[in-house]
Design a protein. Structure first.
Length: 243
């Protein structure tokens, strides 16, 4: 059977809401895009309603502007229910279909809980983990319809928690140098004017401080932290160990 598939992506970052990806790993995505990799973003929900947004159409325009700012070439909304997002079989299948369509090598997903913040984030983390498996396993072919299996080479998590994260936090952490893309990340978050009006300018101060703190831990000017379910393996020791 022939499949009319879009061009493959190198990396897909998945968030529960538009702005999750920008906050959690926007600098990393901008680095990858600047290096010529094809970057995509999937939002599980539209994030609406919110107090200062007139509706999903405005949030959609903000999200598209943010994607362009980071250099992403695709952005997809799955139209799952905001604030009522649950890890369900249907949600897993919907996301797995997008993975099979776009065939990424790397998936960046939400990692961990966000206490006193949206419970959608924790539900999204479980949906993403399952969808990575569903994408590759032929036993899920029936619910996924006419899309052939796709093996995702690596899955890593980003975090939305604002907090200390020294090099002792995990042996399987990966710190990404975003000194050249920190301002791009902040500009992408600023695209969400409905979510971050002037009275929330402290958010940008915190994002900058977190990037600087993580950079200090990693030995560079600014960094983002990715959590690796498996410890990173260095096959080419020269670049990995000598820089």
């Amino acid at each position: 059977m022939s499949h009319d598939l879009p061009a493959a992506l190198d990396v897909i970052a998945v968030g529960a809401h538009p702005d999750d990806v920008e906050i959690g790993c926007g600098g990393t995505l901008a680095v990858l895009a600047s290096q010529g990799h094809r970057v995509g973003i999937i939002d599980l929900t539209d994030g609406e309603p919110t107090p200062k947004s007139p509706g999903p159409h405005v949030r959609f325009d903000e999200a598209q502007a943010a994607a362009r700012c980071l250099g992403a070439v695709e952005r997809v909304w799955l139209d799952l229910p905001n604030r009522r997002l649950f890890d369900s079989f249907e949600a897993r299948v919907a996301l797995a279909r997008e993975f099979r369509r776009f065939r990424p090598r790397l998936v960046l997903g939400l990692g961990g809980k966000t206490p006193l913040a949206s419970p959608d984030h924790w539900q999204a983390a479980q949906i993403i983990d399952a969808a990575v498996l569903y994408s590759s396993a032929p036993e899920w072919d029936e619910p996924l319809g006419d899309l052939p299996p796709h093996q995702i080479s690596r899955k890593m998590d980003y975090t939305l928690i604002f907090g200390a994260s020294g090099p002792w936090s995990s042996s399987a952490d990966l710190y990404v140098d975003i000194r050249e893309t920190l301002e791009t990340k902040l500009a992408a978050v600023r695209c969400y004017q409905t979510q971050f009006p002037p009275e929330k300018k402290y958010v940008f101060e915190r994002l900058r401080a977190m990037a600087l703190e993580r950079g200090m831990a990693a030995g560079c000017a600014a960094a983002e932290r990715l959590i690796c379910p498996r410890p990173p393996l260095a096959a080419n020791l020269g670049p990995a160990l000598l820089g």
